[in-house]
Design a protein around this ligand. Structure first.
Ligand SMILES: O=P(O)(O)OC[C@H](O)CO
Length: 877
């Protein structure tokens, strides 16, 4: 090719690359217009006639013509509702938007990641069954979610879906643009009024007709965007409409596609204010324009979109019913392994992602639909199960970013700061656990110290403070300075900081619950000018209220993955009232005097899971909680946190305390006589003084447990906690993961208990939920300033609200809606106090501070003043 021509083509292809790429997309742009079908559907016609008749019956003076007038009125209303609701998707607008977005998105993201094979999978499903529409169900993180999903599908030659958007986004210009790109607008809150009866029918019919026409749909199963970074409990409205479309035969089947989106940097901004109790600012033209402008001038790092394997809804429903009838009858006497196998053979199309359509007898499916799923309760359970599956699968597919992991480590392990290299080491460790043990998708590759720097950059200095500290150094053999130094006795470098803060920070880090920020030679950057000067990069989370909540948002992406381990650790701590130091242990074997009866322990864990039921999904729906806790307990045994005891509990305890007692006496006397005595030395003396029986016990207790342990899930085996320093650190780490949530629940229950204990309250008290929450937030902030609340992030509106939902669930209070005033709370009986005590005991043990790393004395800051405050605020008296 002549050089001139090649150069010319190069310029053309470079300058027109985006346009060329968009123009060459071959996307099915056929979106049949369903307007007429919707208005003529039985659903809409019936709703129109019912509404007209209802209104007609209420007329005092009726004429025959009135009914017809009312029918016309409601018909017009149906037409108006449809115009307001429907999408006006246009293929040319999609093409133009594709080009514009190509340019704009590459400005604000360093990369948009998606998996080609996931795209191929979707394309092959659509090719195999072209009449079966896709229903995309993404997690909702940002307003950009709509745009990104459609953009990625379009660029991969997959027909973009019609997207359900909230009517809050129907703002001038932007609303119209969204409508042209496939959005249809639904009401976010609907009450059961006559008008809404017609609206509901229009919406249902719109969904049915679009599915029938083969148009794919997309809606956010969580409703709104998450404010906490955690998955939000699902909303069932639109999902139940899709299920009903299938049950009523409007469509043969639909593919369900869970979708997850992860952002390296939070795109939409006001979540943290909302968590602090500041009401949401509603979308309008100027706010949206400003937000878009500022977004275009920012860098949000990486965004990754994952499409889970599509599964057929019909098969899922069929299997759900089968599981419901069979799976819960697993014989109790089966061993754990057998139970695992038994569960494994249960088909679950959503879990396995396999399409088993051929295995199912069509007649069976149809008879199942006609009989079982029309039972209201069965239908409800199936929809709930589907929603949970989708959320769980989408969450498991969500790729974790460097910012998520770094924020998680800073909040759980290094609240007081850490050196960059230590954090990079931990990130490496965390990444390994997430990949190997949890099978979690990650989007953080490369060298860990680079990832930490990248995360710190995106988190910004408002969230992570960086200090470079210059020190003079000299190499020397250290006496004990840090836990690691104590274990390894390696030569350590001695630092003489030029910055007085560092000494203080390092002192603060010696608490048992938190690893000390060990400084090793990698932390040191030699200053070229002066060889005796070194520079340490020290990172500290900014735990001012706003910063802590924001870091918590990022960290929450990891929290759910460790939720079960944290439940186990918190249950363990609540057994010992949080005081691990009160345990005694044999220094040679590290076996403590804490006996854990497995069945009792799992029961305790189940209580904690039940309390946190509005926060996390601890299991998939086709897995029982017992089963999941069994696994979690297994893994604690396999990781040597617990060692199994074969003896019965009382003998075991007596012997153990005898051994440890002697060990302690001996240790104490030997350490007083010789400062260099080692644990092994003490052990030898103890063994001499043990009786044969005691000796035998010790052998059993020390028996390695690496071989596969088989026990029944409902067995009453006893275990001992191994109190090695690694175990203490890990248990404290696990505990700190859910500790802020536990503190939130404590705050709410304590407030409520005080309220109910107030003798002046004789009759039921009704308080608007928002007033209660605002009061709680203010009081909790005051407590935080006084040091009575440990975790800044525990003062979170969403968690407070979830704990009220739980208290409502256990009938401690009642939440109800009245006259559009928002939720009201009422509480009356002594039952409330009992229920609240029960919650507190299960989450914190008898010591309310047991979830805390340091056990500050808490004064009961809530007092009888509360109720007067509420009345003042509500009624202005
Ligand atoms: O997160 P919200 O509640 O502002 O809602 C966001 C939705 O995308 C509205 O359609």
């Amino acid at each position: 090719m002549p050089r001139q021509q090649a150069r010319y083509e190069n310029i053309i292809s470079r300058t027109c690359y985006y346009a060329w790429h968009v123009l060459t997309r071959r996307v099915d742009s056929n979106y049949p217009d369903v307007k007429k079908k919707v208005l003529n559907s039985d659903l809409v016609q019936n709703a129109v006639h019912h509404s007209a008749q209802d209104e007609y019956k209420k007329l005092t003076e009726r004429k025959d013509s009135d009914l017809q007038t009312l029918v016309e009125k409601h018909r017009q209303s149906a037409f108006d509702q449809l115009l307001r609701l429907q999408s006006c998707i246009s293929s040319s607008l999609l093409r133009i938007a594709g080009w514009v977005l190509y340019r704009l998105l590459s400005r604000i993201f360093t990369s948009i990641q998606f998996n080609k094979s996931q795209m191929d999978r979707i394309r092959s499903c659509s090719n195999k069954k072209p009449n079966i529409p896709m229903v995309y169900l993404p997690l909702h993180r940002s307003h950009l979610d709509y745009i990104l999903i459609s953009f990625i599908l379009y660029m991969n030659n997959i027909k973009p879906p019609l997207v359900a958007a909230g009517d809050n986004l129907m703002i001038p210009f932007f609303g119209n643009l969204m409508r042209g790109l496939g959005a249809f607008f639904i009401k976010r809150r609907t009450e059961k009024t006559r008008e809404n009866q017609v609206y509901q029918a229009v919406l249902r019919s719109y969904i049915n007709e679009n599915l029938q026409a083969g148009n794919s749909l997309e809606f956010f199963i969580e409703g709104g965007r998450t404010r906490t970074g955690k998955v939000v409990m699902p909303k069932f409205g639109l999902l139940s409409m899709v299920v009903d479309a299938l049950l009523q035969g409007c469509v043969d089947d639909v593919y369900i596609v869970p979708v997850s989106i992860s952002y390296e940097k939070l795109v939409d901004g006001s979540f943290i204010d909302e968590q602090m109790g500041i009401p949401k600012k509603f979308e309008n033209f100027s706010a949206t324009s400003k937000a878009i402008w500022s977004t275009l001038h920012s860098n949000f790092g990486i965004v990754r979109v994952d499409f889970s394997k599509p599964f057929l809804l019909k098969e899922f429903l069929y299997q759900s019913i089968q599981r419901e009838t069979e799976c819960f009858d697993i014989p109790k006497e089966l061993t754990l392994q057998a139970r695992k196998d038994f569960n494994a053979i249960r088909d679950c199309i959503a879990c396995e992602g396999s399409i088993v359509v051929n295995k199912i007898d069509r007649d069976q499916v149809d008879s199942m639909f006609s009989h079982r799923l029309h039972v209201k309760e069965t239908r409800r359970q199936c929809i709930e199960s589907l929603a949970r599956h989708v959320l769980y699968d989408a969450y498991k597919e969500s790729a974790l970013m460097s910012t998520h992991m770094v924020a998680f480590l800073l909040l759980t392990k290094y609240r007081k700061g850490v050196t960059l290299d230590q954090l990079a080491n931990d990130l490496d460790w965390l990444r390994d656990i997430l990949c190997r043990e949890k099978g979690q998708a990650l989007s953080a590759f490369g060298e860990c110290d680079d990832l930490v720097r990248q995360a710190v950059f995106y988190l910004g200095k408002e969230l992570v403070a960086t200090e470079k500290v210059s020190m003079k150094w000299s190499s020397w053999r250290s006496s004990v300075t840090t836990p690691n130094a104590r274990n390894s006795c390696k030569p350590y470098n001695r630092f003489k900081s030029n910055n007085p803060k560092v000494g203080q920070q390092r002192k603060n880090n010696t608490a048992l619950w938190q690893q000390s920020p060990d400084i090793d030679s990698n932390d040191i950057e030699l200053n070229n000018d002066q060889n005796s000067q070194i520079e340490i990069v020290y990172l500290r989370p900014v735990l001012k209220f706003h910063g802590a909540l924001q870091l918590h948002y990022y960290s929450n992406s990891c929290v759910s993955l460790f939720a079960l381990e944290s439940v186990l650790a918190n249950s363990l701590f609540s057994f010992i009232n949080g005081d691990i130091c009160s345990l005694i242990y044999d220094p040679s074997t590290y076996i403590s005097n804490l006996t854990i009866n497995k069945a009792e322990f799992i029961e305790k864990c189940k209580q904690v899971c039940s309390i946190m039921q509005y926060e996390f999904y601890f299991t998939k729906t086709c897995q029982t909680l017992d089963h999941a806790l069994d696994f979690a307990f297994d893994s604690f045994v396999a990781k040597n946190f617990f060692v199994q005891s074969r003896n019965n509990r009382s003998q075991y305890s007596q012997r153990m305390s005898l051994i440890t007692e002697k060990a302690y006496q001996l240790n104490r006397s030997s350490s007083s006589s010789s400062s260099s005595s080692s644990g092994t030395g003490s052990l030898e003396v103890i063994e001499e003084s043990l009786s044969e029986e005691e000796y035998e016990y010790k052998e059993i207790a020390c028996e390695p447990i690496r071989s596969k342990i088989r026990y029944e899930s409902n067995d009453r085996s006893e275990f001992r906690l191994l109190l090695t320093s690694r175990n203490c650190q890990m248990l404290n780490f696990y505990r700190s993961i859910l500790a802020p949530y536990i503190e939130s629940y404590w705050l709410v229950t304590d407030r409520l208990a005080t309220w109910m204990a107030n003798e002046s309250i004789k009759s039921p008290v009704i308080v608007p939920e928002t007033t209660f929450l605002q009061h709680l937030t203010t009081t909790a902030q005051q407590m935080l300033h006084k040091g009575e609340v440990y975790y800044e992030e525990s003062i979170s509106y969403d968690t407070f609200r979830n704990s009220l939902k739980y208290l409502d669930f256990i009938n401690a209070i009642r939440r109800f809606e009245q006259d559009r005033r928002g939720k009201l709370l009422t509480a009356t009986s002594k039952m409330t106090i009992e229920a609240v005590d029960n919650v507190q005991e299960h989450s914190f043990g008898t010591n309310r501070g047991s979830h805390l790393p340091a056990f500050e004395c808490r004064s009961n800051a809530f007092n009888g003043q509360f109720i007067e405050d509420i009345y003042d605020q509500v009624y202005g008296t």
